[in-house]
Design a protein around this ligand. Structure first.
Ligand SMILES: [Fe+2]
Length: 303
């Protein structure tokens, strides 16, 4: 144990990647085994997922802080000095940090470069789009935070919450394929331009699918549905009610709220109260009623 702590404290990491709430650093890599130091900000989720065709040991050793393993019944707590392993991973395990938490992750499946590069590229892409799209900053972060509050209020399970967390951050990533003259056009879009713009949800699903990572493929299905409407008048497929995944219904409400309450180049922000009454007005037409109720009940977290 002391050796592992020393190893983690050396800080001569081969490579470090920072993502949303998470810093991962490759400490050592050989014979297709990787030792990766993880630092999670408070309340950050991290998951171990089974991967088709892969049979390998995955091992966690907690260095500091605490990690909750979320289960249907509640959670199991892992503290500094505790370890967790599966050989192989056959289920989905979702952990959540309590305070800042550091752990070592040892895997005989080399994942660092593949996951880190893909995640880094996607996060950078999402951020570059929110800027081009006229949002000042942290639109993706806000959507993600509020979506999680609504998801927790609706008692989604840990797998759904994990996917919601990622889908909400990446919901508009497909806008990268929309021509800039349309994305940046001041004023109203023509009918034809609007048709092009609407493709962004399909492009988002395609982009996430192209990563070939099972988790992101499933996230892509949610992203594709974030402009569907409860009454079936949304796009791209005109799905309605329960045909729309609950995660997508949540993102739809939260995204509308954020758009209404943010100053954009061509529209002035509404107050939170005005935006909430607009969302309440569209309950049962645009938005899933239960999602609207959950959203209204978390108003105290909005500013
Ligand atoms: Fe969108």
């Amino acid at each position: 144990m002391r050796y592992m702590k020393e190893l983690a404290n050396k800080k001569d990491f081969i490579e470090t990647v920072q993502m949303k709430g998470l810093t991962i650093s490759l400490i050592a890599s050989a014979d297709s085994t990787e030792i990766i130091h993880h630092k999670l900000d408070p309340d950050t989720r991290w998951a171990l997922e089974p991967e088709e065709g892969w049979v390998a040991l995955e091992y966690l050793f907690i260095l500091s802080g605490e990690l909750k393993l979320l289960t249907k019944e509640g959670f199991t707590l892992y503290k500094a000095g505790d370890s967790f392993y599966r050989n192989p991973v056959t289920e989905h395990y979702v952990f959540q940090s309590v305070g800042t938490t550091e752990f070592l992750y040892v895997s005989s499946q080399p994942v660092f470069h593949r996951y880190s590069q893909i995640s880094r590229d996607l996060v950078n892409l999402a951020i570059s789009i929110e800027q081009k799209d006229g949002y000042t900053s942290d639109h993706c972060g806000r959507i993600s935070k509020l979506s999680m509050l609504v998801g927790e209020k609706l008692a989604l399970d840990s797998q759904q919450l994990l996917r919601l967390n990622m889908a909400s951050f990446f919901h508009d990533i497909g806008k990268v394929k929309i021509p800039l003259e349309i994305l940046l056009k001041p004023g109203e879009l023509t009918a034809e331009e609007w048709q092009t713009m609407k493709n962004h949800s399909i492009y988002g699903r395609q982009l996430l699918e192209e990563t070939k990572l099972p988790l992101l493929k499933s996230v892509g299905e949610i992203v594709e549905q974030h402009h569907e409407r409860y009454d079936g008048k949304g796009y791209p497929y005109g799905l309605s009610k329960d045909e729309i995944r609950i995660e997508a219904s949540i993102i739809s409400v939260v995204d509308s709220f954020d758009a209404m309450t943010t100053d954009r180049p061509y529209h002035k922000a509404k107050s939170s109260e005005e935006a909430i009454s607009e969302i309440a007005r569209c309950k049962g037409t645009m938005y899933f009623p239960e999602v609207v109720d959950a959203f209204i009940s978390i108003q105290k977290y909005m500013n």
